[in-house]
Write a protein that binds this ligand. Structure first.
Ligand code: DX5
Ligand code: ZN
Length: 221
């Protein structure tokens, strides 16, 4: 995994794709130049929505060669972890706010050979995540309240992005900073300037007339 934080990585979220043809949708964004495919797993308990589970992750593994970036918005990520690892996830994000031994879950993700991501909700301070920062590969700063696609970017979350970038620099840590929710050309620029380098984008890529052009503008090209 690169530690070049200047290279933007665009991860379209399949949640905004056409569920009647998920394989085609994933191939469409792969052909359009996506770097990763972001997979939003929701259990109807941690968030007020139900999306899909490990079977869809496994199906995507067969459909595309993209890095599968799995975002677990579920109450017991530790309990379900192995199923997502077996399904072929490359990176797995677990929420700080979920009910589990966060350090142990992050360790288990790494031990399985996956990238360990820690996700924090807009209302959660970076201070709460501080102790985990030396041992993660990705910090997922939620820029909307998790649960639904198509929401508006919450600009105040950018303070956490810049603070995380500053702490990373000061301490020589190596996690990527990923932003998720309401990302399109202008908000991606704001997030990039704050220090983010991984951009999750559902609506702005899948619902764009030209997905390749949308991905380019998110990249800042
Ligand atoms: C929100 C999800 C996001 C969301 C992004 O709970 O984690 O990944 O689908 O969708 P847009 O880009 O439409 O905000
Ligand atoms: Zn997500």
């Amino acid at each position: 995994m690169t530690t070049d934080f200047t290279q933007p990585i665009v991860a379209p979220s399949l949640l905004a794709g056409d569920f009647s043809q998920l394989g085609e949708e994933a191939r469409r964004v792969e052909a359009a130049g996506a770097d990763w495919l972001h997979l939003d797993v929701m259990d109807g308990h941690f968030v007020d929505n139900i999306s899909f589970g490990p079977a869809v992750v496994a199906a995507m593994k067969k459909s595309v060669g993209l890095t599968l970036d799995v975002h677990l918005m579920i109450s017991r990520p530790d309990h379900y972890l192995k199923r997502f690892i077996d399904a072929g996830a490359h990176s797995i994000h677990v929420h700080l706010e979920a009910k589990h031994d966060v350090a142990a879950t992050l360790r288990a993700i790494r031990e399985a050979g996956c990238l360990a991501g820690l996700a924090i909700n807009p209302g959660t301070s970076l201070a709460g995540a501080r102790e985990y920062l030396p041992n993660i590969d990705l910090l997922l700063v939620m820029t909307v309240n998790p649960g639904f696609g198509g929401q508006e970017f919450i600009a105040s979350t950018m303070d956490k992005v810049s603070e995380a970038a500053r702490l990373r620099q000061e301490n020589g840590w190596t996690f990527h900073i990923e932003v998720d929710g309401g990302i399109k050309a202008d908000t991606a620029r704001v997030a990039r300037e704050a220090g983010a380098n991984v951009f999750v984008a559902g609506t702005s890529v899948f619902r764009a007339g030209d997905a390749a052009a949308a991905i380019k503008t998110i990249r800042g090209q």
